[in-house]
Ligand binder design. Sequence first.
Ligand code: IDP
Ligand code: MG
Length: 149
Amino acid sequence: MERTFLAIKPDGVQRKLIGDIIKRFETKGFTLVGLKFMSVSRELAEQHYDVHKERPFFSGLVEFITSGPIIAMVWEGDGVVAAARKVIGATNPLTAEPGTIRGDFGVSIGRNLIHGSDAIETAQREIALWFKDEELVNWQPTLTAWTYE
Ligand code: IDP
Ligand code: MG
């Protein structure tokens, strides 16, 4: 089953949007398989955002993600990587569609509330970076037959 890595960034935590954000993935029909509330070390932040290390906003990104606690999560489901990106919305909240997390809750690209893996291979890399195997829970919700045909 496909899995993706999602993280509620420090702005989402500080603005008390944890519940609202998690609810969107729960009600959509995806399955939570890992979750932790944590501070992010500079080393982990730099590894996570390694693809952006040449970008001008890289240092700001690392500063921001290490500035307060975050919620790191792994979610599971058919097509969850691409579907979660749709639930999240475009990178810039001002152009993100209404109904998406960024479209509904944000206005600034540097305060866009949530990270989501952008491809299946990225998800595998990010899950391995953020979670140990034993921190992930293999389970099947009893509602599965009412969600998946
Ligand atoms: P994504 O989060 O939608 O995948 P990426 O292009 O991977 O977007 O960028 C990672 C994060 O870097 C974004 O979520 C956003 O917070 C920040 N970011 C991206 N582009 C800019 C920019 O032009 N200025 C400032 N921050 C940016
Ligand atoms: Mg990205």
